[in-house]
Design a protein around this ligand. Structure first.
Ligand code: AMP
Length: 145
């Protein structure tokens, strides 16, 4: 399955935060939206980076509770690995495994952000595919028995 098909099912909403926002704002946003990472950009601007719950934990470990007042800009990852609409779930699994991250922003054919795929989306899709394959096999076996 390609990213374009998955986005059709899940929708292409992208939760973003401005680089000048604080880590406390980011923590509130992640909690409110029940997600593990936000893309960093000005309103509707290009992708500047990504900030995940792991970056929050790292900042707290390094700076204590005072980190919550620091800007997102100081703790984001700038070198973001993105994917396109034609990438497959297998491509995404490889990217996530190699890069050791769990979120991949999606860029459309014009280079605009049009979604974010999480490891949860990939696993859910994989399980659905496996169940479907098992069901097809069951039907095939009972038809040929
Ligand atoms: P995650 O596993 O997604 O919570 O992220 C683990 C670390 O990788 C954090 O430092 C993130 O900022 C970073 N990260 C998350 N997604 C990406 C991505 N697509 N490309 C590069 N770094 C990422």
């Amino acid at each position: 399955m390609q990213v374009r098909h998955l986005l059709k099912d899940k929708g292409g909403s992208v939760v973003g935060i401005a680089p000048a926002a604080s880590l406390a704002d980011a923590a509130k946003l992640l909690t409110e939206k029940r997600i593990g990472a936000v893309v960093v950009r000005e309103v509707d601007g290009p992708l500047l980076g990504i900030l995940s719950e792991r970056d929050l934990v790292k900042a707290l470990a390094a700076h204590g509770a005072g980190a919550l007042e620091q800007a997102v800009d100081r703790h984001l990852t700038r070198d973001v690995v993105t994917c396109g609409l034609g990438h497959t779930m297998e491509d995404l699994m490889n990217m996530m495994t190699r890069g050791r991250f769990r979120h991949v922003p999606v860029l459309d054919d014009d280079g605009r952000l049009c979604g974010v795929i999480s490891i949860g989306d990939v696993v859910k899709n994989r399980i659905a595919e496996t169940v479907r394959e098992a069901e097809d096999l069951r039907v095939y076996i009972s038809a040929t028995a």
